[in-house]
Design a binder for this molecule. Structure first.
Ligand code: ADP
Length: 484
């Protein structure tokens, strides 16, 4: 289906507004999701940092207090207080660690003067930290899953789309799986925890996909734009309709003024005086003849004058008729592009064509043809020819209606032909068709074509008619080229 140009423009405007608004809404949503993501990741990082710092503090306290060794050693109660501590081991002054990793970590701890990481087993979710002290040194094993304070955790691990891991030396411990989906954008956060003894990185990632875009708002926006564009389109159509109606009214007024109005006003003005004189003379003659004896000589004179006035009235009528046939064109001639004048007339009559199911065809060459014309007169001729063709087409079934306007250059003149597939013009009628007051229509005035012919002649042109085969009539207006 091909849409008319103005519908296409409205559709394009709607698509553009929807795309622009949709992009802006998507950007807003993205910024919002990024904000949420960063806030959550920062809270997670702070919580874990607090925990690892706390671990260092617990070890330091035990080392400082140096609780007496034995079956009931105080540090063995730590796992009950801190669920993330799985076990605590100690090395007495003269004893050895039974684990080389713990011994190495203790040596590092002694040099650094703070707890040191012994080993990390992310596969089992645990790691060990050693604090060197005297007389006894201490080591603690932590459970990573319980290191996280889940009750304060900012996200809901089973449903949150954010994937969170702790990373160290190429190992990864998954805290929260997040949603695995191909994303349009990906958000990420990477930060070291705040304790040297537990040098883990907190890594958070989130994929933002099509499904995360604010489709409901975008749809609402698209609907609102559709309503707005439709209203704008409707208003524009209304305005064009109004302008068309005004133009038609103006054309109608010009036509009436040119024909009936001019004729009537001219007749009234020119005939008034001879008719008044005729009346006065005949009244005088009647009185003179009633006199006793009748004044024959004077009455004869009055009758002669009456005769003269009657002849003058006839002259006036003749002149008026010639005037109708060849009215002088008052306005100056100027170059007018024929196809543009035709398009304008076709546009004005668009509703009439639609009502009668007629699709007019305009045939123009490559080159624009400009003629010397008086724009209003030309407009009126084209309008009249099109209206006549439409009236003729009303007499044939809709399927057989065709109307074409051809613009061409012909022996140094611009020619415009309006052809229709109506019933055509009977041969006996053809010679009289341009006569004033000749009509075959019930309510016709018979002035349209005679006026058109006069207007054409006034511009130095000619209006002709031919029969069209197999049926119909074709009227051709020829006007001098503007370049001539
Ligand atoms: P009116 O339209 O008032 O009759 P016109 O001068 O426009 O006056 O037309 C005069 C006559 O010419 C019409 O009554 C009609 O018989 C005939 N005529 C004009 N145009 C056509 C046409 N396209 N096809 C057939 N007959 C036409």
């Amino acid at each position: 289906m091909r849409l008319p140009g103005r519908h296409r423009a409205a559709l394009a405007l709607w698509v553009l507004l929807t795309a622009l608004g949709g992009a802006a809404l998507a950007r807003l949503q993205l910024a919002h999701l990024q904000d949420l993501f960063e806030t959550d990741a920062r809270i997670a990082h702070r919580l874990l940092s607090q925990r690892v710092v706390q671990h260092e503090a617990v070890l330091a306290t035990v080392a400082l207090l140096q609780p007496p060794a034995g079956a009931e050693a105080a540090e063995q109660r730590l796992p009950a207080l801190y669920p993330q501590i799985l076990s605590v081991q100690r090395r007495e002054r003269d004893a050895q660690w039974n684990d080389a990793l713990l011994a190495a970590a203790e040596a590092r701890s002694r040099v650094a003067g703070r707890p040191a990481l012994a080993d990390v087993d992310f596969a089992r979710g645990r790691y060990r930290v050693v604090l060197a002290a005297a007389p006894a040194s201490f080591a603690a094993t932590f459970d990573l899953q319980k290191v996280v304070p889940w009750n304060e955790w900012p996200m809901d691990p089973p449903t949150s789309p954010v994937r969170v891991t702790l990373e160290h030396g190429g190992q990864q411990f998954l805290l929260q799986p997040g949603a695995e989906r191909a994303g349009l954008w990906s958000l990420s956060f990477h930060k070291h925890l705040a304790a040297e003894s537990q040098p883990f990185d907190l890594v958070a990632r989130r994929a933002v996909g099509w499904a995360d875009l604010p489709w409901r708002w975008i749809a609402l926006w698209a609907l609102a734009m559709a309503a707005g564009v439709a209203a704008w389109h409707w208003l524009r159509a209304q305005r064009a309709e109004r302008r068309r109606a005004e133009e038609l009214l103006r054309l109608g007024q010009v036509a009436r003024l040119n024909t009936l109005g001019e004729l009537a006003a001219g007749m009234a003005h020119e005939l008034n005086q001879p008719l008044a004189a005729l009346l006065a003379n005949t009244q005088a003659a009647r009185r003179l003849l009633q006199d006793e004896p009748p004044e024959l000589e004077t009455a004869r004179g009055a009758m002669r004058q009456a005769e003269e006035q009657a002849r003058r009235a006839a002259d006036v009528l003749g002149r008026l008729r010639r005037g109708v046939e060849r009215p002088p064109t008052g306005a100056a001639l100027q170059p007018v592009v024929l196809s543009r004048a035709v398009r304008n007339a076709l546009y004005l009559l668009e509703p009439e064509f639609a009502r009668r199911q007629v699709a007019p065809r305009l045939e123009t060459g490559e080159q624009e043809i400009a003629v010397k014309a008086e724009p209003v007169a030309l407009e009126q001729i084209i309008h009249n020819l099109l209206t006549n063709a439409l009236q003729a087409l009303e007499q044939v079934p809709p399927a057989e209606r065709s109307l074409s306007v051809r613009v061409e250059q012909e022996s140094g003149q611009g020619a415009l032909t309006v052809g229709d597939s109506g019933p055509g013009i009977a041969p006996e009628v053809l010679p009289r068709i341009f006569e004033p007051f000749f009509t075959t229509r019930e309510h016709g005035l018979g002035l349209g074509l005679s006026l058109c012919e006069s207007l054409a002649a006034g511009m130095g042109g000619r209006l002709g008619v031919q029969a069209r085969s197999p049926r119909g009539a074709a009227f051709t207006l020829r006007l001098p080229l503007a370049s001539a």
